[in-house]
Ligand binder design. Structure first.
Ligand SMILES: Nc1nc2c(ncn2[C@@H]2O[C@H](COP(=O)(O)OP(=O)(O)OP(=O)(O)O)[C@@H](O)[C@H]2O)c(=O)[nH]1
Length: 362
């Protein structure tokens, strides 16, 4: 095995086994190893933008004592080095044994290479899936050098390895990006599926899910759990009098008040039906539930939404039915869930019977 074959085998194994951020380190090692092997003074990688109109130096190795140029070779445009861009796009390589003998049409290139004190330069395109991604190049600064066919072949093999690695990393990054976008879209869909479109508070489906979670928690932590059901009084008459759109606004105002009141992480508000809302309180005790019910009632009254057709007041009011379930060790999920709703509903019915605009507990 020739010394180049050995080098190639070592470098390709290194690149194939690299992953994620480690890959950049491996690519740096590859250009350093090759630069040293071919006795270059600089070895580097440039990557093109999508439409091959600009390029940036992304990796650079320099022999000790030689000047780095990576920082001043970012976003180099086609118009800065038109001869170089054209040659690279057409031939996928740029072979220059003597910078001083570049043709007049390559004046910009000659000036740039001379600025970097380059005497000879060899660049080979990085091509993956038929697309030119960039190039890997070597500079001779100390003395000019006539690149041989073998040099070109060797650097082409290095270029293939690097191109495949860059392509693999880009595909991986694109896959990660797609995965992130899908996860985000999925989160948004789940959120939308759980939110009531008119009022923006949780819907009944979300309440059912939360009920299950909170009942399990209450059982585990041996805490009480409570349900308040709230129904706007004489809402049909309100709609009939002011129209459905005004009714919608009233529903929004009520739900905003509820959302402001129900702020503890352990409490949860949902639109339960048309003009009915549910407030689930976990880690609750009898007095905190009563306090919440009173606060809600007062807060809705404070909105002072005129309701001339109400049987019980001249403003919009609510009736509230509550049920508090003390900690019970053997509470079964579905039964507890049904009991919370059913008993709160019975209490709400009693509040309506009692003349509305009041609170009843089961
Ligand atoms: N504007 C509007 N009205 C709604 C919406 N959902 C339900 N409603 C109305 O809410 C009213 C509920 O009427 P009822 O069930 O008879 O109850 P109510 O008139 O409030 O009487 P009580 O509950 O006994 O005080 C109906 O007129 C529904 O059309 C909605 O999204 N927007």
């Amino acid at each position: 095995m020739s010394s180049f074959d050995q080098l190639l085998s070592k470098l390709s194994t290194r690149l194939i086994n690299s992953q994620g951020s480690e890959t950049s380190q491996c690519v740096s090692e590859v250009i350093a190893a090759y630069g040293d092997y071919c006795q270059a003074d600089r070895c580097y990688i440039f990557e093109f933008n999508e439409d091959l109109t600009s390029m940036s130096n992304t990796f650079e190795w320099v022999r000790e004592g030689f000047t780095r140029h990576i920082d001043d070779l970012q976003n180099v445009g086609h118009d800065d080095l038109p001869y170089f861009f054209a040659t690279m796009r057409n031939d996928f390589r740029f072979v220059c044994p003597e910078v001083s003998r570049l043709p007049d049409s390559a004046k910009a290139e000659r000036d740039e290479f001379e600025r970097e004190q380059i005497k000879s330069v060899l660049c080979i395109g990085l091509v993956a899936k038929g697309r030119l991604l960039g190039f890997v190049g070597c500079d001779k600064v100390r003395q000019k050098y006539h690149w041989t066919e073998e040099d070109i072949q060797h650097l082409s093999l290095i270029a293939d390895m690097i191109a495949n690695t860059i392509e693999r990393e880009r595909t991986h990054a694109a896959l990660l990006e797609t995965k992130r976008a899908l996860e985000l879209a999925n989160q948004q869909l789940t959120q939308q599926a759980n939110i009531d479109g008119l009022t923006g508070v949780a819907n009944r489906r979300a309440l059912d899910e939360r009920l299950a979670t909170e009942i399990r928690r209450a059982k585990r932590q041996q805490t009480g759990i409570a349900m308040l059901l709230l129904d706007i009084d004489d809402f049909k008459a309100y709609n009939d009098h002011f129209g459905h759109l005004a009714g919608d606004d009233a529903l929004k105002a009520v739900s905003q008040s509820l959302a402001q009141l129900v702020k503890r992480g352990t409490d949860f508000v949902a639109r339960y039906g048309g003009e009915e809302f549910a407030i689930l309180m976990s880690s609750a005790n009898a007095s905190s539930v009563l306090k919440m019910a009173n606060n809600i009632s007062e807060q809705i009254s404070r909105l002072a939404i005129t309701h001339p057709k109400s049987q019980c007041a001249d403003i919009l009011t609510v009736s509230i039915g509550g049920y508090y379930e003390p900690p019970i060790a053997d509470s079964e999920l579905v039964k507890t869930s049904k009991r919370l709703i059913k008993n709160a509903d019975t209490a709400l019915y009693r509040a309506k019977l009692a003349g509305r605009n009041c609170i009843r507990f089961y």
